[in-house]
Structures are given as structure tokens and as C-alpha cells.
Design a protein around this ligand. Structure first.
Ligand SMILES: *[C@@H]1O[C@H](CO)[C@@H](O)[C@H](O)[C@H]1NC(C)=O
Length: 179
């Protein structure tokens, strides 16, 4: 009896730990969007010559924080039940990700455009750090995209997959530029 009630308490704690809602996912995408915009702006603001190490490291920190926000999005998408999510929710999420797509692509374009500026820093290793950030962001983004596609209503899967292709191609070109 004691064992059984203990088990029930444990089971309910586990379900509390993993349950998430569509609203959580929408909030995550809003956070990812604002953090991607911040990263994009920080890279645009980085000068073509004479940039500081402090600003370069701030960009690295922004990229790491963005990765954490994307990972939280993946956890929350995976925790939503039932799947597929409802049509209206799927459309809301798709639209939010469609807004995010060009911001991600621009961010990668700007990172590539600043390669020479990062190489010119008096301390070496920043381009390698940027490449690692892109590799990590690609890994996090891939998982998030896969989770979103797996939860999408059937009629939205092809639009979600098209976003994945465009974003993956941008990240791949960014990684290639730093390799
Ligand atoms: C991006 O991540 C995916 C999934 O881990 C991987 O298959 C792909 O090769 C990565 N792309 C690059 C350019 O490293």
C-alpha cells in the first residue's frame, strides 16, 4: 500500500516535470525570436575592423543562450500531448516559425559577412568559436525542427519541412564558410 501510493506520487511528479502546453511552445518561439534578433543586431553592430574581444565574446554568449532557448523549445514541443496538435495551434506555431525563419537566415548571413572582422581580432580562436557556435546551433535547431514537424497536423507538415530545409541550408552554408 505504502509502496503503491509512493509510486503514484512519483508518477505524478514525473508527469508534472514533462507536461507542457502549446502556450509554452508559443512563448518559447517568441523568446527564440527575440534572442535571434538580439544576436543578429549584435553581429551587425560588430565593426568590420577594430572590433573588440569583449563584443565578440558577448556575441558568443548570445549564441549559447539562444541554443539553450531552442533546447527548451524542443523539450516543450516534445512534452505537448496529444499529437498531432490541433489545427489552429499548428497554424499559429507555423506562422510564428515563418516569422523567425528570415531572422535566422539573416543572422547566419551576417555571421559569414563578419568572418574577416573576427579573424582580425588580436586574440586568435574567435572564428573557431563562431564555427563551434554554429555547429551547436545547427544541432539544437535540427532537434527543434524535428520535434515541430513530428507534432504538426498532417496538412502543415510540408510547410514545416520547407522551413527546415531553408534554415538547415543557411546553417550549413554558415558552417562551411567557417570551415
Ligand atoms: C546539422 O545537424 C544535423 C543533425 O545533427 C546534421 O545531420 C547535419 O549534418 C548538420 N549540418 C552541418 C552542416 O554540420
Amino acid at each position: 500500500m505504502k509502496f503503491q501510493s509512493g509510486f503514484i506520487v512519483l508518477a505524478s511528479l514525473v508527469s508534472v516535470a514533462f507536461a507542457s502546453t502549446v502556450a509554452d511552445v508559443e512563448a518559447d518561439i517568441a523568446t527564440i525570436t527575440s534572442q535571434t534578433k538580439s544576436l543578429d543586431q549584435a553581429i551587425i553592430a560588430f565593426p568590420n575592423s577594430g572590433g573588440s574581444l569583449i563584443n565578440a565574446l558577448a556575441i558568443h554568449t548570445d549564441a549559447v543562450n539562444l541554443g539553450s532557448a531552442i533546447d527548451k523549445g524542443t523539450t516543450d514541443v516534445n512534452g505537448v500531448t496529444p499529437k498531432p496538435i490541433a489545427e489552429a495551434d499548428g497554424k499559429t506555431i507555423l506562422s510564428a516559425v515563418q516569422t523567425l525563419q528570415p531572422i535566422i537566415i539573416d543572422t547566419v548571413t551576417q555571421i559569414v559577412a563578419k568572418k574577416a572582422a573576427f579573424q582580425a581580432l588580436p586574440i586568435g580562436g574567435i572564428p573557431a568559436l563562431v564555427k563551434q557556435d554554429l555547429v551547436n546551433l545547427n544541432a539544437s535547431t535540427s532537434k527543434f525542427e524535428a520535434a515541430l514537424i513530428a507534432s504538426a497536423p498532417a496538412d502543415l507538415v510540408s510547410a514545416a519541412t520547407a522551413i527546415k530545409s531553408a534554415v538547415d541550408a543557411a546553417l550549413a552554408s554558415g558552417i562551411a564558410a567557417y570551415s
